[in-house]
Design a protein around this ligand. Structure first.
Ligand code: ATP
Ligand code: MG
Length: 256
């Protein structure tokens, strides 16, 4: 088997101001082009885990991306936030991708524009290069946010409940958009959600965290894409994950 793109070994996280150990000892491998959905009860440590991967938290143990240890945020891991509000409203789609390249040291303006165009094209938005975020749909903004990360050389896209605040129809559109981008560019995604349908529609792997910050189950998603409730095996998988989440959501037990 090939080397994992993300390798987490003995990750242990305890917040300085808390007495609780949030993640006691986690080992996890994520391979290039995987789409890993993470489910787990509220407060189990999902955001903590993704923040450790993003380099936004200090932790014990090791998190490596492509063999390089994570200790701070870096362009190899991009966090895509809810509302995709990391886009500058006063910059066009093209400028939103080109500007971070400048900040990250790409000195030649023509090269920045060329790179931004290339990545806009990759996510199917070449025709929208001069549109401002408010002129784009939510799905298009998501594509610009991802293109921005990919242009910077991001190897992993980190998403923490990006669609949680959306109504059901928009959420469905955003999920489909994300799957389309995934088909266009072979990116690696770690995606946190509370929604079982979302987890099994999007992920080729699904991980369930237990309330104590451990991995309860990490499996390959057996469902054939595109996934719908009519897909063979959907009901059984949904039930399996739901009963696991129900049994886990009885409140966090104190770990020491
Ligand atoms: N900055 C912080 N300082 C202290 N404790 C924190 C901090 N951030 C999170 N926690 C605690 O860590 C635990 C896990 O929080 P985390 O946000 O990772 O959970 P989660 O699984 O993402 O929950 P949710 O599904 O509700 O978003 C909680 O008990 C929370 O109170
Ligand atoms: Mg969270």
């Amino acid at each position: 088997m090939s080397t994992p793109l993300l390798k987490i070994e003995h990750l242990r996280k305890k917040y300085d101001d808390g007495t609780e150990i949030i993640i006691p000892d986690m080992n996890l491998d994520v391979y290039a082009e995987d789409f890993l959905s993470i489910l787990g009860p509220s407060g189990c440590g999902k955001s903590t885990l993704i923040r450790c991967i993003a380099g936004l938290e200090r932790f014990e143990g090791s998190v490596q991306v492509d063999g390089v240890s994570v200790s701070s945020p870096g362009p190899d891991r991009i966090m895509v936030f809810q509302d995709f509000n990391q886009l500058f409203p006063w910059k066009t789609a093209l400028q939103n991708i080109a500007y971070p390249l400048k900040i990250n040291g790409m000195k030649d303006k023509a090269e920045r524009i060329r790179t931004a165009e290339e990545f806009l094209d990759k996510v199917g938005l070449a025709a929208y290069r001069d549109y401002y975020p408010h002129q784009l749909s939510g799905g298009m903004k998501q594509r610009v946010a991802i293109a921005k990360g990919l242009a910077l050389g991001s190897k992993i896209i980190l998403m923490d409940e990006p669609f949680a605040a959306l109504d059901a129809i928009t959420r469905n559109q955003m999920q489909n958009e994300l799957l389309r981008i995934k088909e266009l560019v072979n990116m690696t995604v770690i995606f946190i959600t509370h929604n079982i349908q979302e987890a099994i529609s999007l992920g080729n792997r699904v991980m369930v965290m237990s309330k104590n910050g451990t991995i309860r189950e990490h499996m390959e998603n057996p469902l054939e894409k595109p996934v719908s409730p009519a897909t063979k095996g959907y009901g059984e998988l949904w039930q399996h994950l739901n009963s696991m989440l129900t049994s886990e959501s009885q409140g966090r037990e104190k770990a020491s």
